[in-house]
Design a protein around this ligand. Structure first.
Ligand code: SF4
Length: 361
């Protein structure tokens, strides 16, 4: 790519950004803590959805020390609804590292920023360029789309070899004098002009030299390998009711819902009907006297990166004065009893459960 081509791209993009305001609460922010917070929230989250969470976090935890002192349950509760909870756990771990091991000072070198837990290439480049004006290009879905269209690149963006090529291309185009402004401009441009569906090519500052437009095929870019089918899983959650109490359990396994709460549950077949094996999994000693199993709820669904989760909720009504020994063992083990009215206030649940609770309690 010639100097002239690079300079045309930079000029067109930065000129467009100067005339296209896109206000966001973290824009122009120089505090690396707040930039990091916004970038972690925006990983896998739309800007509109992330904004209120950012405001809420900044208000509750204005710096790394404030966040470091928060209990994990409180942070997870505040994160509730954003999904991908490993982000919240990493956020807390990193805040504690900065507050206690680094005396509250956020790292200011790319390598040190990149080594923070939960910070990948993209987030490190965003923090380094926005907070410290360091010349590292951001490469996210927006950048893949803009570059693959502009240069009509057929390389599949989900191949690691292509990722390197895109990163190198973005690095050549990056304006070393204004890396933060350039990174912000290319992200805004991808979000507002060169959008996934129906890009605004008629008003595009790059249209004169955009090769996908010349070919008449912007919609063909970016190229991706075929997606693998998502695995489906089905769960039955039991809302055990004894008077106005119920049971919840904290998840401890190493999965994306670690640290969140759940109701006792079993993995079932694909329908709301329970098989004999399901019943046995709930009550290995036979259905206890006086216990009533309520009707199944409507199906609740959640789509994760590699999974489609379908859940059904059923009440399990236990007589208030029964000893109900069974709720200490099997699928009920490690549960704690809590007031039904406290559920939504006190515990952070995976989206599939909190979504159901909005209608239930
Ligand atoms: S001309 Fe269209 S496809 Fe090409 S960069 Fe601009 S908006 Fe994207």
């Amino acid at each position: 790519m010639s100097e002239e081509e690079v300079s045309y791209f930079r000029r067109a993009l930065l000129g467009w950004a100067a005339q296209t305001p896109r206000p966001m609460p973290w824009k122009g922010e120089k505090d690396p803590y707040k930039i990091w917070l916004s970038e972690v929230i925006l990983q896998q989250t739309r800007v509109e959805q992330g904004m209120p969470y950012y405001e809420k976090f900044v208000k509750a935890y204005p710096d790394s020390r404030a966040l470091a002192g928060a209990p994990e349950d409180e942070v997870l509760k505040m994160w509730e609804g954003l999904g991908y909870y490993s982000r919240a756990r990493n956020l807390l771990q990193t805040a504690r590292h900065i507050a206690f091991d680094r005396n509250g000072v956020f790292p200011d070198k790319y390598g040190d920023i990149r080594s923070l837990k939960g910070v990948g290439d993209y987030t490190a480049a965003a923090i380094a360029s926005f907070a410290f004006n360091l010349p590292y290009p951001v490469v996210d879905g927006n950048v893949y789309r803009v570059l693959s269209r502009y240069f009509a690149l057929d390389a599949a963006t989900d191949l690691s070899s292509s990722k390197k090529m895109f990163a190198s291309l973005a690095g050549k185009l990056l304006d070393p004098d204004r890396p933060g402004a350039f990174n912000q401009a290319i992200m805004d441009f991808g979000a507002l002009c060169c959008t996934p569906a129906q890009p605004d090519c008629g008003n595009c500052p790059l249209s004169q030299r955009c090769l996908a437009l010349v070919k008449g095929t912007p919609a063909d870019y970016p190229v991706r390998l075929k997606k693998t089918a998502k695995k489906e899983r089905f769960f039955l959650f039991l809302i055990v009711r004894r008077g106005d109490k119920t049971l919840v359990r904290k998840r401890t396994g190493k999965d994306i819902w670690k640290g969140l709460y759940e109701f006792p549950n079993i993995e079932t077949g694909s329908t709301a009907e329970l098989s004999e094996t399901d019943i046995k999994a709930i009550f290995p000693e036979g259905t206890p006297k006086g216990v009533l199993l309520g009707e199944p709820s409507d199906f609740c669904r959640q789509t994760l990166t590699h999974r489609e989760i379908t859940a059904v909720f059923r009440e399990l009504v236990v007589p208030e004065n029964s000893p109900a020994n069974f709720i200490r063992d099997g699928i009920f083990s490690n549960c704690i009893e809590t007031d039904l009215a406290e559920l939504k206030k006190k515990f952070a649940f995976p989206v599939i459960i909190s979504g159901f609770l909005k209608k239930f309690v």
